[in-house]
Design a protein around this ligand. Sequence first.
Ligand code: SAM
Length: 265
Amino acid sequence: MRRSLEIFGGGAPDDIVYGILEKAPPPRERGLMAKLVESIGLGAGDIVLDAGGYSGHHGFELVKRFGCQLVVMDIVEDGLRGGRNQALEMGLQPLPMFVRGDVQAMPLRDSSIDLIWACDMLGCVEPDAFFRECSRVLRTAGRVIVQAVYMTERLEGAERQRFFDGNPSSPGSERELVESAIDAAGLSVVQAEDVGSEEWEHRLQQGEQRIREDLLTLSRLLRHEDEVRSAVGDKWFQHYLARHEWASHFLHGKLGTVLYVLGRR
Ligand SMILES: C[S@@+](CC[C@H](N)C(=O)[O-])C[C@H]1O[C@@H](n2cnc3c(N)ncnc32)[C@H](O)[C@@H]1O
């Protein structure tokens, strides 16, 4: 009863808590990863690898801004085909190369790449193999820019297991393993930005529809769990759950983003 009286009887320190939040700096926007490229002085003639780039859409922006030669590498042919068509339609110059390949065994020469861009793909690969390959194909003064999504300690027990079951998750979602793989590959961290959930908070603040739709789909998936499970099986149900929990996991502090700029040691 004492707690009820405290909470509902005007004893809650709202002024203090919301005062702190109001004075806190606003969340940083999306696009921080692209801003990091400015700091490395990319130029025309430089070769950029978009590793696990799907269609390579992030890389297209780099071609437009810096005139660099882009190589998009992915294991999924559909994304590469779509990207190639889009680049042709846009008249993108120089025209990117689209390579079907495993970023853990890249079909590229040693010391041939100036920048490796690795966005939202680390959770799909073995970090040791990936960073070893980055180190091999990177030119001496080259850089790797990585957007890593990590599970935090708030993602507990059964939820953590669901995350693994529903995503193509590998040790690439574990911060310690990733940072030791970076080190073991002979790379060093030039810069690290702990972005946490800021970019998602910003997207929510801007009223982005995707977050609202994810929450609605999540709620409906849970209401119709038995029906969906029996129609598509457990494995796919877990995947859809994980897909639509993604944004809210960030907002609950269960997933967080870290951006890295890496160089050779
Ligand atoms: C979540 S998507 C991110 C795509 C893109 N980087 C982006 O930020 O929009 C992960 C991508 O990694 C690719 N991928 C997964 N394992 C890979 C591997 N071993 N080699 C190359 N690409 C891979 C997937 O096919 C997928 O396109």
